[in-house]
Design a protein around this ligand. Sequence first.
Ligand SMILES: Cc1ncc(COP(=O)(O)O)c(C=O)c1O
Length: 418
Amino acid sequence: MLVGRRRAVGKRLPPEDWGEKTGAAKDHLRERGGPGGRVCGRWIADSAGGLVAGEARRRGSWDGCAAVGKRIRPMDWRRGETRRGSLAEAGGEVRGRRVGGYNRSMKPTAKIWHNGRLINWDDAKIHVLSHVTSYGSSVFEGIRCYVTKKGPAIFRGREHMRRLQDSAKIYRMDLKYTVDELMAAMDELVRVNGMESCYFRPIVMRGYGDVGVLPGNNPIETYVACWEWGKYLGEDALARGVDVCVSSWTRIAPNTLPAMAKAGANYMNAQLIRMEAALNGYAEGIALDEAGYVSEGSGENIFVVRDGKIVTPPLGASVLPGITRDTVMELARTLGIPIVESLVPREMLYIADEVFFSGTAAEITPVRSVDRIEIGSGSRGPITEKLQKLFFDVVEGNVPERAGWLTPVSGARQPVQV
Ligand SMILES: Cc1ncc(COP(=O)(O)O)c(C=O)c1O
């Protein structure tokens, strides 16, 4: 049964309902006025990288893609169809208008930290011929500072900065700053920018100098910026969950780019995954590793729950060693929920009782469907909810025994007492 355009596009269906889905897709097409309209399903890429959706229909694509012969521009993922739990919530551009959390225009703050001193937001610029722009030679972090009763506090900042050091070491980049110095940089930024909560983006990059691939006379530039950032996968994604797909793109394989480094170049792979998902109307894409096992989302680690036990792919499945992943594992142990690292076959996603993502940006986000197959009851499951609740209690400083994960910001703006 069709209930309006958005449903036609985003409908989650039982596995056997492919026939109805095709019908839904056709209906949607009619609503959009025939040729030139498009229905979100799987788009088929042509050899030039454009997308010929009519081809999908000719082939009778199971997921009912029915745009009619219209080639859409490669960048049209920004105007992808929207549906609940999907692009609009995830924050894309819909008819030229920015919506949602992740891509919402950021509000500049006053200062950015650069190589040990504060500079104005607008002065944080690099030369176009910097090594990083041609060769992707950067490593970075994403860290959150939460509002707590005692004022702003940075969550697991030391672990993030250690991973930044690891990433730099893997790429032979000489990061001159210690974890303490980088922690002090974040502390200072919260104070000077008057933040109550924020997201930090430390970036270490090879700068302007030699232009060849072999870095030589290229200074290592270190920046830390911060800004206010909402919910990565949408405001109500945390409660209702998101609809995701398995990507046609494989996660970077070992011996290509090291997955344990959080390097800018890795996110070219992540962009392909994320854009494909958005174009097809999904909030996120899950990449498989080169052997075909589940790896992770474009910007999140993944967990699968079945019969009360949690499984997450091991580091050998090309996953980033997520700080939130580690947090989830610790919290599951605290709650007495069995959790193991193990290879996850793709089909385990479909038959799971619960699936959820973890990440600094995504926090703990339930997944309610994968490839339009409903997961469990199609909403946040009880184990996900328990972990989420404990996670937010921890990051907001309500769990004294986990206080060590929070670094209070010295002399920062205190919350208003009522
Ligand atoms: C590819 C990828 N995997 C996993 C994560 C989650 O890592 P963390 O929990 O440290 O933010 C991120 C986010 O940084 C990511 O980009």
